[in-house]
Design a protein around this ligand. Structure first.
Ligand SMILES: *Cc1c(COP(=O)(O)O)cnc(C)c1O
Length: 464
C-alpha cells in the first residue's frame, strides 16, 4: 500500500491538469481563471481526503477521472440554481415558489424594460428628471380612490417605511389580536422596533374595544394601526374594532389611521364566487389615511409593496431617505404598471391575470387536465404505481383568506412499497422538478395551478 505522502506526490499539478483540461472540447470556451479555480478545488479535495485517511481509490486518483469530474462540475455550474419548478402543491400563491405568476402583458413589459433604456425617472414632456413613482401613482389613485401612492420593494418594506416616517420615537397603538407573524420572519413587533416606533398594545388577544384605543391615545401617539390578520382568524368569543370606528377615533384625536392589508385586493373577489378579502378602495373610503399591501399576493403582480393614502402622509413617506433605500427597480415598475393597467381597463380580469385564473377555474377544467395527463403519467412512473383522480381542497396561500379553501382536483399517486415521502422525493428530482403535497401519507399532485397536462408528467434524469 502507498503511504499518504506517495499518494500526494502522485496527484497531477494544477498546470498539468489545466493543460489537459484545455484539450476537452466542452471547456474550450470557458474562462481560464474559472477552470484554474476548479482544478485547484478538486486537487485540494483530493489532498484533504488523503491527509484525513479517506484515501480516494486509485480509480478516483486517475487523471482521466479527475478531468471527467472537472468537466462534470463545470457543466453543472452552467445552469442557474434558480430553476423553473412545477407548482402542484395546491397553494396558489406559494411564497417559497415565488408567489404570483405575471400576466402576459406584464412579462412583455418587463422584458422590454430589461432590454432597453426607459424613462424611469425622466419626464419626456419637459426633458428633465422625473420621479419613478409618477408612472404608477396615477393608476393607483384611479384604482383605489386614494389621493396619493408610492411603491417600494415589498409590503414589509412599506410597513417599515410608513412606521418610520409617521411614528419614529412615538407611539403606535395596535390591538393585541393583530400582532401578527407572517411566514418568512415578518413579525410586526420586530418591524415596529426597527422602525423606531414604540408599540402600544391594547385590548386582549381575542377582544379589543373602541374604548381600549381611546384610553391608549396620549401626547406621544403618532398612529393607530390596524393589521389584517392574514394567516389566521380568531373565532368564537371575539371582537375587533372595525375600520370605520377606528377612523372616527383617529379623526377625533387628530391621529392618522393606517391599515396593513397584507393581500389587498383591487377587486372584490366575491364577484368570482370567492370569499371576500378587503378591497383597498373600500378601506380608503372607510377612512384609512394610509393602506399598505403586497403586489404579489391576490393582486397577482410582481413583488412590490404599495402605499396609498393621504397626500400629506405619502409626500412625507416619499421624502424619507429610507424610501430611497427601499425603492424598486425598473423591471418591477414595468411589470406592476402593466398589471395595474389590466385592473384599470380589462373586462376579462379572470382570464388575463393568472392568479385570478387559478382562483376561479372551474373543476371541469381540472378534470380535463387530469384526463389528459393520466396515461403519460402512468407511463412515466411505471407499473406498480396506482393513480387516482380525487376531490380535494387547494389554498390561496401567502396568508390570504387562511380559513378559506378552494375545491380542487388532485392526482393521488400510491405504491405498495414506496411511501409518499419517497414519491415526493422522486418528483422533486424530475426535470423540471415537480413539487406536490403529502396529505395523510399520500402523495398528491394538485391540478388547480396546472394548465398544461405535460407539466405533471415527470421527465427523469439530469438537466442537459
Ligand atoms: C404578507 C403580509 C406582509 C408582508 O408582505 P410582503 O409583501 O411579503 O413583504 C405584511 N403584512 C401582512 C398583513 C401580510 O399579510
Amino acid at each position: 500500500m502507498s503511504s499518504p505522502n506517495d499518494l500526494l506526490r502522485e496527484l497531477p499539478s494544477v498546470d498539468r491538469l489545466l493543460a489537459q483540461a484545455r484539450t476537452i472540447p466542452s471547456l474550450q470556451q470557458v474562462s481560464h481563471e474559472y477552470v484554474t479555480r476548479q482544478c485547484r478545488l478538486i486537487l485540494d479535495e483530493l489532498r484533504t481526503a488523503i491527509q484525513t485517511g479517506r484515501a480516494p481509490t486509485s480509480h478516483e486518483r486517475d487523471e482521466a477521472a479527475i478531468l471527467a469530474r472537472l468537466a462534470q462540475r463545470i457543466a453543472a455550474d452552467r445552469h442557474s440554481k434558480l430553476r423553473r419548478v412545477v407548482n402542484a402543491t395546491g397553494t396558489i400563491l406559494h411564497t417559497n415558489l415565488g408567489r404570483a405568476l405575471l400576466p402576459h402583458s406584464a412579462v412583455r413589459a418587463l422584458s422590454e424594460a430589461a432590454e432597453h433604456t426607459v424613462n424611469l425617472e425622466y419626464d419626456l414632456n419637459r426633458g428633465h428628471r422625473g420621479r419613478r413613482e409618477d408612472l404608477i401613482e396615477e393608476l393607483l389613485r384611479d384604482l383605489t380612490g386614494a389621493e396619493a401612492a408610492t411603491v417600494v420593494n415589498n409590503n414589509a418594506a412599506a410597513v417599515l417605511l410608513c412606521l418610520n416616517t409617521l411614528a419614529e420615537g412615538k407611539e403606535v397603538v395596535v390591538s393585541r389580536g393583530e400582532l401578527i407573524e407572517i411566514g418568512g420572519a415578518f413579525r410586526l413587533p420586530e418591524i415596529m422596533a426597527k422602525s423606531g416606533a414604540i408599540l402600544k398594545e391594547v385590548g386582549t388577544t381575542n377582544r379589543t374595544h373602541p374604548d381600549d384605543y381611546e384610553k391608549a391615545i396620549g401626547e406621544r401617539t403618532a398612529l393607530l394601526l390596524k393589521v389584517h390578520t392574514s394567516n389566521y382568524s380568531i373565532v368564537g368569543f371575539s371582537s375587533t374594532v372595525g375600520l370605520p370606528q377606528l377612523a372616527a377615533i383617529g379623526a377625533r384625536h387628530r391621529v392618522p389611521v393606517m391599515e396593513d392589508l397584507g393581500s389587498g385586493a383591487l377587486v372584490d373577489l366575491s364577484r368570482y364566487g370567492l370569499p371576500k378579502e378587503p378591497v383597498v378602495a373600500e378601506q380608503i373610503s372607510l377612512g384609512a389615511d394610509l393602506v399598505t399591501f403586497s403586489a404579489d399576493k391576490v393582486l397577482g403582480g410582481p413583488q412590490a409593496g404599495l402605499v396609498v393614502g393621504r397626500q400629506d402622509w405619502v409626500s412625507q413617506i416619499v421624502n424619507n431617505p429610507l424610501h430611497r433605500a427601499l425603492r424598486c427597480g425598473k423591471l418591477t415598475i414595468a411589470a406592476l404598471d402593466a398589471t395595474l393597467r389590466l385592473y384599470q381597463q380589462s373586462g376579462r380580469l379572470a382570464e388575463e391575470i393568472p392568479t385570478l385564473t387559478a382562483f376561479t377555474r372551474p373543476l371541469r377544467d381540472l378534470e380535463a387536465i387530469a384526463a389528459l395527463a393520466l396515461p403519460a403519467l402512468q407511463n412515466a412512473v411505471g407499473d406498480g404505481f396506482r393513480l387516482s383522480v380525487e376531490d380535494s381542497t387547494a389554498q390561496i396561500g401567502s396568508g390570504a383568506l387562511p380559513a378559506e379553501e378552494l375545491p380542487t382536483k388532485v392526482i393521488a399517486i400510491e405504491h405498495a412499497q414506496v411511501n409518499a415521502q419517497q414519491i415526493a422525493d422522486r418528483f422533486r428530482h424530475a426535470n423540471p422538478p415537480i413539487v406536490g403535497r403529502i396529505h395523510e401519507d399520500r402523495f398528491l399532485l394538485d391540478l388547480r395551478t396546472i394548465f398544461d397536462p405535460q407539466d405533471v408528467v415527470p421527465t427523469w434524469g439530469d438537466r442537459s
